[in-house]
Write a protein that binds this ligand. Sequence first.
Ligand code: G3P
Length: 218
Amino acid sequence: MKFFVDTADTAEIRELAEAGLLDGVTTNPSLIMKAGRPITDVIAEICDVVSGPVSAEVAATDYDTMLKEGRKLAEIADNVAIKVPLTLDGLKACRTFANEGRMVNVTLCFSANQALLAAKAGAAFISPFIGRLDDINLDGMELIEEIRIIYDNYPNFETEILAASVRTPNHVKQAAMIGADVVTVPPQVLRSLIKHPLTDKGLEAFLADWKKAGQSIL
Ligand code: G3P
């Protein structure tokens, strides 16, 4: 499973990329707003650091403006994935971009049928939002399962399932067990995957014994 980080915080991205943990990055208008800098600058900086897909989302809702915005974002770097919302205009734009050989991430997916349509529109990625379904007492993980079954039924679909709106380490584990192709994770969740109290406790004990041993490896 590929790991993307869901942030526009370039300092975080640099650190996680240096640790070799990143296969890509996803951003959205809310994350760009938090970064407080022009989208073109932020995306260019991220693309300098990460060579995998970097999703940059259009803000327009009509097809013609989506095309203009998407093409402008795609000009920033070869690894930009144009992110479009799952609407009729978004799917139309997805098909046009895909025909032009551009990578598209179709976002705001909340049903298996929406995911089916995104695959038919030639999306490189479909982004089902797990956490937001859980928020309204539905089962986000069930959606990942359904999409996995549907995509596996049709091997000609090349769309990758990008599990998004991930809020907990358990979401990551379940998405991996189901076989999501990609998971995009906020930095704090990604960091929390590393931590285990028994790892900390065990390391503390080893270091104490090493001190008693009075040895040095170097
Ligand atoms: O990038 C889209 C998605 O991951 C948003 O997550 O937590 O705002 O629902 P969240």
